[in-house]
Design a protein around this ligand. Structure first.
Ligand SMILES: NC(=O)c1ccc[n+]([C@@H]2O[C@H](COP(=O)([O-])OP(=O)(O)OC[C@H]3O[C@@H](n4cnc5c(N)ncnc54)[C@H](OP(=O)(O)O)[C@@H]3O)[C@@H](O)[C@H]2O)c1
Length: 184
C-alpha cells in the first residue's frame, strides 16, 4: 500500500492553530493547487479523530463518496448520512494490514498526530506539502520527534501566483535503511 500526505502548512510548519483553527490557510484551498488531481490517485482517506471532528464542523461533507477511515481509540462522533465513514484503530503496521486486506492500495493520511505516527513507523511513502506564506509562531505541528532520520527524495516544487509553494518528496531512507541509493 502507498500512503500519501497532501497537506497545507504555515511556512513555520504548523497545520492549524492550537485552537484547531486553520484560518491562515487560503479559504477553499485558494487557487487550484492539485488537490483534485491528488484525490483522484487515492482509494480512501485515513484521518485522525481530531481532523474528523474539525471536518464535521464544515458546512458540507468534503470527501464525497470517498471512503474515510477515522482513527480513534474510542467510537467517533456520528458522520453525516451521505458520508462513507468507518472507525479504525490499531498501531500503524496493523492499520496497513487491515486496509490492505480491504483491497486498498493508495491511502491519503491526514492529521498531524496521525501523520507523525505513520512517519515514525516508516509507513508514509509520499509527502506533498503546500507551504502558505505566513508565520503563525505556534500551533499544531506537521512534524515531530523521530527515532532516526528519514531521507527524502525531492520530486518537484512548484509555486503559485498567490504565494503557495508546493513540494513533493518520496521516502528514501529510514534510519539508514535505504530503498534506493540516497541522493546525498
Ligand atoms: N493544514 C491542513 O491541511 C490540515 C489537514 C488536516 C488536519 N488539519 C488540522 O489539524 C488538526 C488535527 O490534527 P491533530 O494533530 O491535532 O490530530 P489528528 O491526527 O487529526 O487526530 C489525532 C487523534 O487520532 C487518533 N489516532 C491517531 N493514530 C491512532 C491510532 N494508531 N489508533 C487509534 N487512534 C489513533 C487519536 O484519537 P483518540 O484521541 O480519539 O484516540 C488521536 O488523538 C485539526 O485542527 C485539523 O483541522 C489541518
Amino acid at each position: 500500500m502507498i500512503a500519501s500526505v497532501f497537506i497545507g502548512m504555515s511556512l513555520d510548519g504548523f497545520i492549524a492553530r492550537g485552537s484547531g483553527a486553520y484560518d491562515f490557510l487560503p479559504a477553499g484551498g485558494g487557487e487550484p493547487h492539485g488537490y483534485d488531481e491528488f484525490m483522484a490517485t487515492v482509494d480512501a482517506l485515513l484521518i485522525g479523530r481530531k481532523t474528523f471532528e474539525s471536518v464535521l464542523k464544515l458546512d458540507s461533507w468534503p470527501y464525497g463518496v470517498n471512503p474515510v477511515f477515522v482513527l480513534s481509540t474510542r467510537t467517533p462522533a456520528p458522520a453525516p448520512s451521505e458520508a462513507i465513514v468507518e472507525h479504525i484503530s490499531g498501531d500503524p503496521p496493523d492499520i496497513v494490514t487491515q486496509l490492505e486486506a480491504r483491497g486498498i492500495r493508495q491511502i491519503y493520511v491526514d492529521g498531524g498526530i496521525t501523520i507523525q505516527k505513520f512517519l515514525r513507523a516508516g509507513l508514509i511513502q509520499r509527502l506533498i506539502i503546500t507551504r502558505v506564506p505566513v508565520l503563525i509562531g505556534q500551533g499544531i505541528p506537521l512534524f515531530g520527534p523521530l527515532s532516526g532520520d528519514i531521507g527524502l527524495r525531492h520530486i518537484a516544487t512548484r509555486s503559485f501566483r498567490s504565494g503557495l509553494v508546493q513540494s513533493e518528496y518520496h521516502m528514501e531512507c529510514i534510519s539508514g535503511r535505504c530503498t534506493v541509493p540516497p541522493l546525498w
